[in-house]
Design a protein around this ligand. Sequence first.
Ligand SMILES: C[S@@+](CC[C@H](N)C(=O)[O-])C[C@H]1O[C@@H](n2cnc3c(N)ncnc32)[C@H](O)[C@@H]1O
Length: 168
Amino acid sequence: MGHSLTHMAAAMPNINFIGIEVHRPGVGSLLNQVQQLGLTNIRVMSHDAVEVLKHMIPEHSLARVLLFFPDPWHKTKHHKRRIVQVPFLELLHSRLSPEGVFHSATDWQPYAEWMLEMMDTFADFSNSAGQGNYAIKPNYRPETKFERRGQRLGHGVWDLLYINQPKA
Ligand SMILES: C[S@@+](CC[C@H](N)C(=O)[O-])C[C@H]1O[C@@H](n2cnc3c(N)ncnc32)[C@H](O)[C@@H]1O
């Protein structure tokens, strides 16, 4: 609903953010918060993020891409719908600046393992935590209420942080 984005944008007024989401109520909620908080460093696009990255974002122009809690698509027959796939990583690699950062977080362990394996075998990204390791949650990523509830229930959250540079 935009809470993480407005929290980060308010905490980092000198950084410009683009929020991309297709869920219209979420976009509406975000726009309300932007107005109420008087934020001027957020642009919002209500469109498919892959299309936006392909057609509206110049190459090597992003400092960071944040993908928090992407749809996990639990069933095996739906795994092909997961956004983190090799063509998506190639797109990120081309849109991030050299040494830009891709940061993902998920509360679904099989998707965390899927991303870790895919990212660790993709030659043009380096795992900031070292091959095979998840990252410690950076302070800038706010904990969502779902995450806090999950922690109370003993569920985990996995952060992955990759630098846009070839593996050593
Ligand atoms: C599990 S929700 C997580 C939402 C939010 N990031 C959070 O942490 O609460 C995944 C969101 O991704 C959005 N989404 C999925 N595929 C997308 C795409 N290709 N472009 C833009 N948004 C997409 C869905 O509409 C949904 O709101």
